[in-house]
Design a binder for this molecule. Structure first.
Ligand SMILES: Cc1cc2nc3c(=O)[nH]c(=O)nc-3n(C[C@H](O)[C@H](O)[C@H](O)COP(=O)(O)OP(=O)(O)OC[C@H]3O[C@@H](n4cnc5c(N)ncnc54)[C@H](O)[C@@H]3O)c2cc1C
Length: 377
């Protein structure tokens, strides 16, 4: 592709925006279209966790580690991302969870993941906000945090400033792409956008412009999660936090000790809940999550799952949570289990010069810069 190559990116989420960053880095002109006036999808509803520690050994861990490097580089250039190398603590509440953490800390790739097993006193030294009860914790030194409500506008500001008024990056919100033709896309206003390459990053919109391609057997499904956020907590929560239920979901913990974990409490099992907790830059706590796989998804929020998550967070922090100010649900696109063994996300050249990228699942925020790099490579 020559330097004047013009790339149209459809979708203003983190995948589309990281593709814009990568394309501009290669000197290409970029036009990015987003159907909402400001993105409202998974990329602004997530924890902002750049989560390396729990990845499956092999290509998944390598992709996450590369993405972690890229986030760190971008964080140095774009302060608005709120990137901080805070690390994480996964806390064990029982002997079975502690045994599994020990196994994880003894993995041959533990060093690569930044794992270190800590006793309760050492956990509190790393994160003094943890005044509750736990048997020990696994420090994930490489895990990091960004501010999901700021990331997209901050990256767009960086792209616009990098072009120094000479063009090169055009952001077109409120434009839904409805048609693709050779070397062009059309938005819902009827305007055509000419280009050499189209990159479709529609997120969990599996029926819109990408629908006919995904219907051919894209191998993706959608997952719905519940989240909440408190008003600011005065204490500083120095790391991201996960409870022992996260050991059931992250592939790094698919070790013999997982079979010894007792069943989850019924409300948690129904919601497929795990506690993840991140303190926002303003002190608020983002808390989740749950996993709903069968559509149609609930259109309302289930309070039982929130009660469970609140109790878990309070048990670790050793005191009441601040008032919950916001609750929401979010939906992401991920590979169907059958396809997940063969790839980490869905990328296909669906027409000549049209590349569809979606389905990174619950690691999409983490891996987005490395996924964009792979697309252009
Ligand atoms: C609650 C929740 C928590 C999560 N937590 C984390 C986390 O902490 N760490 C992590 O790594 N991952 C996390 N994830 C996953 C991650 O957020 C997603 O994988 C990622 O944001 C997907 O990015 P995307 O750009 O593909 O999708 P989206 O953010 O959904 O963006 C797609 C965009 O495309 C637009 N669009 C669609 N069709 C068109 C069209 N025809 N024309 C124009 N625009 C269009 C949509 O409006 C949307 O803005 C979480 C997800 C959820 C839901």
């Amino acid at each position: 592709m020559a330097a004047k190559t013009r790339v149209v990116i459809v979708g203003g989420g983190v995948l589309g925006t990281m593709h814009a960053v990568e394309a501009r880095g290669r000197g290409f002109e970029v036009v990015q279209l987003e159907r909402e006036t400001e993105p409202r999808g998974a990329s602004v509803r997530n924890f902002g966790l750049v989560w390396v520690s729990g990845r499956r050994a092999g290509p998944e861990l390598s992709l996450a580690l590369r993405a972690r490097e890229l986030w760190s580089e971008l964080g140095a250039k774009v302060p608005g991302l709120g990137f901080r190398a805070a690390g994480s603590l996964t806390l064990a509440a029982s002997d079975a969870e502690l045994s599994l953490l020990k196994e994880a800390a003894a993995r041959p790739d533990a060093e690569r993941r930044g794992f270190e097993l800590l006793d309760p006193a050492a956990v509190r030294a790393v994160n003094p906000a943890l005044r509750g009860e736990f048997a020990g914790g696994l420090h994930g030194r490489l895990d990091a945090i960004v501010e999901p409500r700021q990331v997209l506008p901050a990256l767009r500001g960086y792209l616009a400033a990098g072009c120094q008024g000479q063009g090169g990056y055009e952001w077109l919100p409120g434009r839904e792409v409805t048609e693709i033709a050779p070397n062009a896309v059309r938005d819902h206003t009827g305007a055509w956008h000419q280009c050499d390459l189209v990159i479709l990053c529609p997120g969990a919109a599996h029926t819109g412009i990408a629908g006919r391609y995904l219907a051919r057997g894209g191998g993706v499904r959608r997952v719905r999660l519940q989240m909440m956020q408190t008003v600011p907590l005065e204490a500083r929560v120095t790391t991201a936090l996960a409870d022992g239920d996260s050991l059931r979901y992250y592939p790094a913990f698919d070790l013999p000790g997982r079979a010894a974990l007792p069943p989850q409490p019924p409300a948690a099992a129904r919601a497929r809940a795990q506690l993840l907790l991140v303190q926002r830059a303003d002190g608020g706590l983002t808390i989740g999550d749950t996993h709903e796989y069968a559509e149609p998804f609930a259109f309302d929020l289930d309070e039982d799952a929130y009660d469970h998550l609140r109790a878990r967070a309070e048990a670790l922090l050793g005191g009441p949570l601040p008032r919950v100010q916001r609750r929401w649900a979010g939906v992401y696109s991920e590979l169907e289990p059958a396809a997940a063994g063969r790839a980490l996300y869905h990328r296909a050249e669906v027409e000549p010069g049209v590349v569809l990228v979606t389905g990174p699942g619950g690691r999409g925020m983490t891996c987005s810069p490395a996924i964009a790099e792979e697309t252009f490579r």
